[in-house]
Design a protein around this ligand. Structure first.
Ligand SMILES: Nc1ncnc2c1ncn2[C@@H]1O[C@H](COP(=O)(O)OP(=O)(O)OP(=O)(O)O)[C@@H](O)[C@H]1O
Length: 594
C-alpha cells in the first residue's frame, strides 16, 4: 500500500461504496416491504419520518450516518494494511520503515478518534430527533378520536399503551439504526476484507484435495454452518423477549394500581390479596426470565465457542506458508485481522439474532398500537350535531357490548334554562346514556344535537384532577387565569379554606375528600360557563344540604345553561323541568316536572 496517495484512494473508495450502498439499501427496503411482514411494519413506522415532503433533514442525517459507517470500514481496512507494514518492518529489522509506520499510525489514530466522536454525536442527535418525532406522533394518535379511551372497545385492545409509547419507541429507533448500520458495516466489510483475504490466501491440501484460496472458502463455510445452527438455537428468543416486555408491563401496571387505589386497599386490609396478585404476576416475569437465561446459555455458549475457535484458525492455516517463507509476518498478522473482520461480518446475523428478535417484538407491538388506534377511530358513535343553547336527542338507541338494549329510540328536546333529571335503578344505563350523548360510546344509533367543545361540560361522579396546582385543576381543561375569580368561586362552593392554596402543587386527587372534589368540579362549571352541564351523580358525595346549595348556585350563576343530571335523590327534582326514567330493556318514560 502506498501511504502517500492513500487519501485520494480512500476518497474514491468511499464515493463508490456510498453509491452502491445507497442503491442497495433502497432496493432492500423496497423488497423487504414487498416480501416480509416485518418489512411492511418497518415501512409503516418510518415512512412519514423520512418523507422528503415533510423535511429533508432526516434523509440528510441518514445519508451522513451511512457515509460515516463506510468511513469506519475504510479505517479498518487501512489499519489492516498498517498492521502488515508494521510487522513486516519489524521482521525485516527496518528502523526507517518502523518509524514511518508509527507516523502513519499517529495520523490514522487521530482520524479514527475524530471520526468516532463525530459518529457518536451524529447518531445520538439523529436518534433523539427520531424518537421525539415518533413519540409525538404516537401521542397524537393516542389522543386523537379519544383513542386512549375508546380503544378499550376494540377487539384485541392493545395492552399497556404507555409502555409502547415510552419504551418501545426508544427500542425501535435505536434498534433500527443499530441493526441497519450494523448490517451495512457487515456487508461492506465482508467485501473489503474478502478481497484482502483472497490476496493473502494460498492453497491448502485437505484429505488429498488441493483447495486454492482455502482461507476464503473455509471462513465462509465455517460461519455459514455456525449461523444456521445459531438461528435454529436462538429462534425461541423472539417469543420469549416479546413475552418479557408484556409480563413486565403487566407487573408494573399492577404496582401502579396498588398506589392509585392505596387508600381503598388499606381500608379493606387487602394486602394479602394484593400480595398474591403481585406475586402471581411477578412469578410469570421470573419464569420467563429463567426461560430466557437457559435459552441464552445455549445461544451464547454456541456463539462464544465459535468465536474462540476462530481466533486460532487463521494462524493454523497460514503457519505452514509463513514457516516456508512464502509470506511475511505482516501478511500473517493481516490475515488474522482480515479473517476476524470477515468472520465478524458474516457472523452479524448470528450474533445479532437476539437483538433482531427483540426488534421484531417491538415492531409487532408498535404496529399493533397503530392498528388499534385506527380501529378506535373507525368505531361508530352517536352522530353529534353542534348547536347553541339547545339539546335535542333523536332516535337514540344505546346498547351494551352484548347488544342488550339500555335505551331504545329516545327522543327529547331541551332549551336554554331547562333541566333534565335522569333516574333509574343501578346498572340500568344512565351513565352509558351520558357516554353516548358525549360521543364516547360505540354501541349506539341516532343523533344528538348539542353545544360542543368548551360549551358542554361533563362532570362524572369521581372528578378528574390533573397533576399540578389547585388553580389548574379548577380551570381544567382550560388554561388557568390569575386573579381573584378562582378564590371567589372556591368561596361560593364552600371551599374557602383552600383559597390560600390555589397555587400550591400537590396530588389534589388524593388530598381532597370526594365531596370537596365534586364541589371543585361544580366550581369548574361556574368558571367555564358552558351552555350545557352534564352531571353524572356529580354531587352524590355531598350531604343533601350541600347538594341543594350547589344546585341553587349553579342555577343562580348559570341561569341560561341547560342541566342534565343523573341522580337518585328526590330532592333534586325541584331543580329540573323534565324527568327521564329508564325502565330496563330499552324502555323509558319522559315526564314534565312543575
Ligand atoms: N365497558 C363496558 N363493557 C361492558 N358492559 C358495560 C360497560 N360499561 C357499562 N356496561 C354495562 O352497561 C350497563 C349500564 O351501566 P351504567 O354504568 O350505564 O349503569 P348506571 O345506570 O349508570 O348505574 P349506576 O346507577 O350504578 O351508576 C351495566 O350493565 C354495565 O355492566
Amino acid at each position: 500500500m502506498d501511504w502517500n496517495h492513500e487519501l485520494l484512494d480512500s476518497i474514491v473508495w468511499l464515493g463508490k461504496a456510498f453509491a452502491i450502498s445507497m442503491l442497495g439499501m433502497t432496493v432492500s427496503v423496497a423488497l423487504l416491504g414487498i416480501f416480509t411482514v416485518w418489512g411492511r411494519q418497518f415501512r409503516r413506522l418510518t415512512w412519514a419520518f423520512f418523507s422528503p415532503k415533510r423535511s429533508l433533514l432526516p434523509l440528510a442525517g441518514l445519508t451522513l450516518i451511512v457515509l460515516m459507517t463506510l468511513f469506519s470500514v475504510r479505517m479498518n481496512v487501512l489499519f489492516s494494511f498498517w498492521y502488515n507494514g508494521f510487522y513486516t518492518a519489524m521482521q525485516k529489522l527496518d528502523a526507517k520503515a518502523f518509524w514511518f509506520m508509527l507516523l502513519v499510525f499517529a495520523v490514522l489514530a487521530a482520524v479514527h478518534v475524530t471520526r468516532t466522536l463525530f459518529n457518536f454525536y451524529l447518531r445520538q442527535a439523529f436518534l433523539i430527533h427520531w424518537r421525539a418525532w415518533l413519540t409525538d406522533n404516537l401521542v397524537e394518535r393516542w389522543l386523537a378520536h379519544q383513542g386512549y379511551h375508546r380503544s378499550q372497545y376494540v377487539p384485541n385492545a392493545p395492552d399497556n399503551p404507555d409502555q409502547r409509547i415510552q419504551q418501545d419507541v426508544e427500542s425501535f429507533v435505536s434498534g433500527s439504526l443499530n441493526l441497519s448500520m450494523g448490517l451495512l458495516d457487515a456487508v461492506v466489510s465482508l467485501f473489503a476484507f474478502t478481497v484482502i483475504l483472497w490476496g493473502l490466501s494460498g492453497a491448502l491440501a485437505l484429505f488429498g484435495v488441493e483447495i486454492p484460496r482455502a482461507m476464503v472458502f473455509l471462513v465462509y463455510l465455517y460461519v455459514i454452518v455456525a449461523t444456521v445452527f445459531a438461528v435454529w438455537i436462538g429462534r425461541p428468543l423472539i417469543r420469549l423477549s416479546f413475552l418479557s416486555e408484556q409480563l413486565n408491563a403487566n407487573f408494573r401496571y399492577a404496582l401502579i394500581r396498588l398506589r392509585e387505589y392505596g387508600e381503598s386497599i388499606a381500608f379493606f386490609r387487602g394486602e394479602t390479596v394484593e400480595r398474591g396478585n403481585l406475586l402471581t404476576r411477578f412469578a410469570s416475569v421470573i419464569q420467563n426470565m429463567w426461560a430466557i437465561v437457559y435459552r441464552s446459555l445455549k445461544f451464547q455458549g454456541f456463539n462464544l465457542a465459535i468465536s474462540q475457535a476462530a481466533v486460532v484458525f487463521p494462524f493454523i492455516v497460514q503457519a505452514p506458508r509463513l514457516l516456508a517463507g512464502k509470506i511475511t509476518l505482516g501478511d500473517m498478522m493481516q490475515t488474522a485481522q482480515a479473517f476476524g473482520q470477515v468472520q465478524d461480518a458474516l457472523s452479524f446475523l448470528r450474533s445479532s439474532y437476539d437483538e433482531f428478535a427483540g426488534y421484531r417484538a417491538v415492531l409487532i407491538r408498535l404496529t399493533g398500537f397503530l392498528d388499534s388506534m385506527d380501529a378506535a377511530a373507525l368505531l361508530p358513535s352517536a352522530h353529534i350535531v353542534p348547536s347553541q343553547h339547545s339539546v335535542t336527542i333523536e332516535a337514540l338507541t344505546v346498547r351494551t357490548p352484548a347488544q342488550i338494549a339500555l335505551v331504545e329510540n329516545l327522543n327529547l328536546s331541551l332549551t336554554a334554562n331547562t333541566a333534565l333529571l335522569i333516574r333509574g335503578r343501578s346498572g340500568i344505563g344512565k351513565t352509558t346514556l351520558l357516554r353516548a350523548v358525549a360521543g364516547l360510546w360505540p354501541y349506539v344509533d341516532g343523533s344528538v344535537t348539542r353545544p360542543v367543545e368548551q360549551q358542554a361540560l361533563f362532570l362524572p361522579q369521581k372528578p378528574y384532577l390533573p397533576l399540578g396546582t389547585l388553580r389548574g385543576a379548577l380551570y381544567y381543561p382550560a388554561s388557568p387565569l390569575m386573579g381573584n375569580q378562582a378564590a371567589h368561586v372556591l368561596q361560593q362552593c364552600h371551599l374557602g379554606h383552600l383559597a390560600s392554596r390555589l397555587d400550591e402543587t400537590a396530588d389534589w386527587g388524593s388530598i381532597l375528600s370526594l365531596g370537596e372534589q365534586q364541589r371543585l368540579a361544580i366550581g369548574r362549571a361556574l368558571l367555564s360557563q358552558p351552555q350545557v352541564v352534564f352531571l353524572d351523580e356529580a354531587s352524590s358525595a355531598m350531604d343533601e344540604g350541600l347538594e341543594h346549595a350547589m344546585y341553587r348556585l349553579l342555577r343562580q350563576v348559570l341561569p341560561k345553561s341547560i342541566l342534565v343530571s343523573v341522580g337518585h335523590r328526590s330532592s333534586l327534582l325541584e331543580f329540573h323541568t323534565q324527568e327521564l326514567t329508564l325502565l330496563g330493556n330499552g324502555k323509558w318514560q319522559l315526564s314534565a316536572l312543575v
